[in-house]
Design a protein around this ligand. Structure first.
Ligand SMILES: Cc1cc2nc3c(=O)[nH]c(=O)nc-3n(C[C@H](O)[C@H](O)[C@H](O)COP(=O)(O)OP(=O)(O)OC[C@H]3O[C@@H](n4cnc5c(N)ncnc54)[C@H](O)[C@@H]3O)c2cc1C
Length: 395
């Protein structure tokens, strides 16, 4: 059997089976839409592109929690709702499609809750999960460092064992929402890398971002907005109780967390509100065959991406961590997000007046300014393609 045939025979095992949304989710979807329409009618927020990065609104997070739409998959014993990831999927896609301000709770709800359930101690679960489900406890992601982004295993933040805990020194960077979050999971080195085993000796610590010795400094976005941060640790004491999972098993844990981070609807819906506004903007216009094809192709691809992302959600629901499929969703999905922007620029031939603050102009401006990050955050597309190639045994 040749290498290509060998690869093809491996494929079916790597592709998650298609997932269907259970019929009960129709009622849930209708409730979420009704809630969002009422919020919009009351002027509670304005739809934006890329809301899961920039739409920080703690009151909105609490209102969602009051409806039972945060911490949905967290068991009731920890303040959650014991629902399926597919129920959560429906709520999430409705929020993103509406451009609602979900950034405050996003990381905690998406990946911190599931990681605590998978690797956390009973004490950690009891301490954090109820607050996450209530929309009151916010987390960041402490992975990247100044010289360690794609090559995450090269992180140099170092925790040294001291009495009752760890002393942590080093620097994290690009920490989204780090100035507002209560804590983050930091990937750090707890023992030197062994020859030929550079993924060993890494651990995850739950770091209180207000602890003595932690300095959080802003890194402004292109827009001037404060979203990113540099987080410096200077001999920060992290108690033993705040080690997540096993000391030394950080790499495997982080990899599992990334499957949650890479496959959700936020990886292809960041510019969906713009697509919707574009369709509105073009209503009644003579697009010609090429324009109609362009728009039709976007909608058809959106549907395919959603099917793929749902399949990954189905796999996650059955306890698997389909990293390869998640990488494919993120690569294709984030490129799609950019193509919506290209189509908006191409098809609306009379440029909108930015001063008019029409929905379309605002959504397009947001999308253009945020677009450079789409294919970088959560692992760059080039790196994801490496993961896919390795998964297929191609290099
Ligand atoms: C909007 C946004 C939000 C973010 N939020 C967070 C956060 O909250 N917490 C956090 O920890 N990090 C966060 N990040 C950081 C993000 O994870 C890193 O930017 C990303 O992993 C890339 O790392 P880097 O910036 O160091 O680039 P580098 O790793 O230096 O990459 C530079 C270029 O080289 C390419 N490259 C590198 N290695 C390879 C390879 N092996 N094969 C092919 N090409 C390669 C990359 O694709 C890229 O084009 C965020 C980033 C963005 C844009």
């Amino acid at each position: 059997m040749g290498p290509v045939t060998q690869t093809l025979t491996r494929l079916p095992a790597m592709v998650p089976p298609a997932a269907e949304l259970p019929a009960r989710t129709d009622a849930l979807r209708a409730q979420v839409r009704e809630f969002l329409a009422a919020e919009r009618a009351a002027g509670a927020w304005t739809p934006r592109s890329d809301v899961w990065l920039s739409g920080w609104d703690e009151d909105f997070s609490r209102r969602l929690a009051a409806r039972g739409w945060l911490g949905m998959t967290i068991p009731t014993a920890y303040g959650g709702h014991g629902a399926s990831p597919l129920d959560r999927y429906v709520v999430t896609e409705e929020l993103l499609a509406a451009g609602a301000p979900v950034a405050a709770h996003w990381v905690a709800d998406r990946q911190i809750g599931p990681s605590l359930l998978r690797f956390g101690t009973e004490e950690q679960r009891r301490r954090f999960l109820p607050g996450i489900a209530a929309g009151e406890v916010y987390f960041g992601i402490g992975m990247s460092e100044p010289d360690s982004g794609s090559d995450l295993a090269s992180v140099r933040s170092r925790a040294t064992k001291v009495d009752g805990g760890w002393s942590l020194s080093g620097t994290k960077v690009w920490t989204s929402g780090g100035h507002r979050a209560h804590a983050f999971f930091a990937l750090v080195r707890t023992s030197p890398p062994e020859e030929g085993k550079r993924h060993a000796g890494l651990s995850q610590l739950i770091v209180d971002l207000h602890a003595p010795g932690v300095t959080v400094r802003p890194i402004p976005l292109l827009t001037g907005a404060h979203h990113f941060n540099e987080v410096v640790f200077d001999e920060v004491f992290v108690p033993d109780e705040m080690v997540l999972g096993e000391v030394g098993a950080g790499w495997a844990q982080v990899t599992g967390e990334l499957a949650f981070e890479r496959s959700g609807p936020e990886r292809f819906l960041s510019t969906f509100p713009l697509l919707q506004a574009l369709v509105g903007e073009l209503a009644g216009a003579d697009l010609g065959v090429a324009g109609r094809r362009e728009l039709g192709s976007l909608v058809a691809r959106l549907w395919s991406l959603r099917r793929m992302s749902l399949a990954v959600a189905g796999s996650l629901a059955s306890g698997q961590a389909p990293e390869l499929a998640a990488a494919v969703v993120k690569d294709l999905g984030t490129r799609f997000e950019n193509e919506i922007i290209d189509a908006a620029r191409l098809l609306v031939t009379v440029p909108p007046d930015p001063g008019a603050d029409s929905g379309f102009a605002r959504l397009l401006a947001d999308a253009v300014l945020h677009a450079p990050g789409f294919t970088l955050r959560g692992g760059t597309n080039e790196v994801l393609r490496g993961i896919v190639a390795r998964g297929l045994g191609l290099r």
